[in-house]
Ligand binder design. Structure first.
Ligand code: GLP
Length: 239
């Protein structure tokens, strides 16, 4: 466990299995500290953490869950939607007080305002994040504003390529998404970012030690005062 000069606490684990255990442990500690609202990510990265949580006796029945993002155009029952992912990996297994995922079928103005109201009513105690190979968080692609609230975003080619593994072809990957903005993410009391694999090493190095710039969205996390990264040795290899 180390603190780099930007005060990001970095925990290096052997692999995703160990990372899942460590991340679930952090969630457990926060529950013990009175966590009431948790911000949740999707993607391959958090899968081992969700597995550990499913196996645990952790109780979320008094916790509000708020997800980061959703593809525009996918219904909640579409197998590649993030709403479906969350049911499969967590919500069908653990009861929560409330769960929120943006509605990919709702009109933009209504949905972004609705989501911002949910966030205003439920300040996030712990926000868990993955990271894209281009250092996006949520779906805040390079160029996104650091003060942004929930909005509709265009996905970059690199993100479409990365995420096409879940679809039959790249053509089927939605081109837009609703995403919590980085302004909302930064308001969380504590942030836990998880990353595994060599393909995340560059993004992690730039995020931790690089210049704070919109071209590296996650670099804004250097300014958060309660932040921990759980990353494996491969993702840490360029630090
Ligand atoms: C997606 C999600 C992000 C996620 C990222 C990395 O685009 N919107 O929240 O962190 O991809 O995904 P993975 O964990 O599968 O590498």
């Amino acid at each position: 466990m180390t603190l780099n000069e930007n005060k990001i606490e970095i925990i290096v684990v052997k692999d995703a299995k160990e990372g899942g255990k460590k991340a679930a442990k952090i969630v457990q500690q926060e529950l013990e500290n009175g966590l009431k609202v948790i911000g949740l990510p999707t993607g391959g990265t958090p899968e081992t953490m969700y597995e550990e949580i499913r196996k645990s006796d952790l109780d979320f029945s008094d916790v509000v869950a708020i997800n980061l993002d959703e593809y525009v155009g996918l219904a909640a029952d579409h197998p590649q939607s993030y709403a479906y992912f969350m049911k499969e990996h967590l919500f069908d297994h653990k009861p929560f007080k409330e769960t929120h995922v943006p509605d990919g079928l709702a009109p933009e103005a209504e949905e972004t305002a609705r989501y911002d109201q949910i966030l205003a009513d439920n300040p996030i105690d712990l926000q868990i994040l993955g990271i894209g190979t281009n250092a996006h968080i949520g779906f805040n692609e390079p160029g996104s504003g650091f003060d942004d609230t929930t909005r509709k975003v265009d996905l970059t080619e690199s993100t479409i390529e990365s995420n096409q593994r879940y679809f039959d072809s790249a053509d089927e990957v939605p081109r837009t998404a609703y995403s919590m903005g980085m302004g909302s993410i930064m308001e969380a009391k504590k942030i836990l970012l998880i990353a595994y694999g060599e393909n995340k090493a560059e993004a992690i190095a730039k995020t931790v030690n690089g210049e704070i710039t919109k071209e590296v969205p996650a670099s804004i996390l250097q300014k958060h005062d309660n932040i921990v990264f759980v990353i494996d040795e491969a993702a840490a290899s360029k630090l």
